[in-house]
Design a protein around this ligand. Sequence first.
Ligand SMILES: *Cc1c(COP(=O)(O)O)cnc(C)c1O
Length: 356
Amino acid sequence: MSAWEENVRKVTPYTPGEQPREKDVIKLNTNENPYPPSPLVVRAMQEMNTEQFRLYPDPTIGDLVREIACYYGLDEEEVFVGVGSDDVLAMSFLTFFNSGRPVLFPDITYSFYDVWAELFRIPYRQIPLDENFEVLKNDYFTENGGIVLANPNAPTGVNMALSDIEEILKKNPDVVVIVDEAYVDFGGHSVLPLIHTYENLLVVQTFSKSRSMAGIRIGFAMGNRKLIRYLLDVKYSFNSYTMNRPAILAGVAAMRDREYFEQTTRQIIETREWTKKELKNLGFHFSDSMTNFIFASHKDCPAQELFEVLKKNKIYVRFFNKPRISNYLRITIGTREEMEKLVSFISEYLIKREAQ
Ligand SMILES: *Cc1c(COP(=O)(O)O)cnc(C)c1O
C-alpha cells in the first residue's frame, strides 16, 4: 500500500438497486413510483426560464420550504430540504450523532444507516428485530447516542405503532430520534404531530416514492426549529446551494397538486392489496406491508432462484443476500398491468418447476 493510502478514509459504500439500461423491462426493484409526476410538474419544467440557470439558486430553498410548511401546517422554521432524503439523513447523522455513545437502529432496515455511521465514524449498534421483523421497543430503553427508525420499515414493510415510537421518545429525551418516513404516504401513520411535543424528534420524508420524483432528488426533514437550525448550520458549512433551480420548481409544483398525489397513492395501495392476494394464492408469505412494496418469501422456491429467473425475463425485483432476509424478495408495486404480468409469470414458473 502506498503511504498516502494509509490516510485515505476507507468506506464500504451502499449498493443501490440496479438501473437496467435495456428497454421494456418491468422495473420493480427500487421502489420507484410507476406513475409520471404531476402534470403541474411537467408544465413547470416546460415553462422554466433557462436564462436564470446562470444565477445561483436560492440557498434557503425558500419557495419549496414554504410550500412544504404550508402543506403540513408547519412554520417555515420547522422544515429542512435536501437532495433526496439520503442527503437529509446523512446531514442529520453528521449534525446530531456526535457523542461517544452508540446510535441505535434495527439489524434489518435501510442499509444506508450503517454506511453513514461508518463514514462519519459514529459508533452504532444494530438491534435485532423479532422473528416477525417487528421492533421491540424495550431494546431502545437503554443508554445511546441517538435512534433511527424507518417507519414503515424497509425492506420489511412493517409498520410500527405510533404509541411505541412515542414511548421510545419519552424514554430518550437526551438524544435525537430520527423517524424515516420514506413510505408513510402509502397507508402508514406519521409521527409528524409529535414534533410539537418532543423537541428531539426529526421526521424525514421524500419526494422519491409517493411523489414520483426519484430522479429529481428532493427530501425534507420536519422538526423543532432548534433541530432545523442546527441542520442548516451544518448544511451551510458544507454546501450552500444544495438544490438546483429546476428541482425547486418541480418540487413546488408537485407539492401543489394534492389531488394527483392522493389519486396516484390510492391507486398504488389498491394494486398492492390486489398483489397481496395473488401472491398469497401462489404460496408466498409476507408481513402486511403499508408501503409501495411487498417483502415476500415463497414456501418452496428459494428467493435467489426466483430473482434470477425473473431477471432473465426482464422483471427486476430486489434480492438482498444478507443474513435473515436472503430468502425474501422485495417487490415494488408497479402498475396493475405490470403486477399482473409478474403474477402470471411466477404462476407459470412455479407450475413448471413443480412438474419437474
Ligand atoms: C428510498 C429511501 C430513502 C431515500 O430516498 P431518496 O430518494 O434519497 O429521497 C430513504 N430511506 C428509506 C427507508 C428509503 O426507502
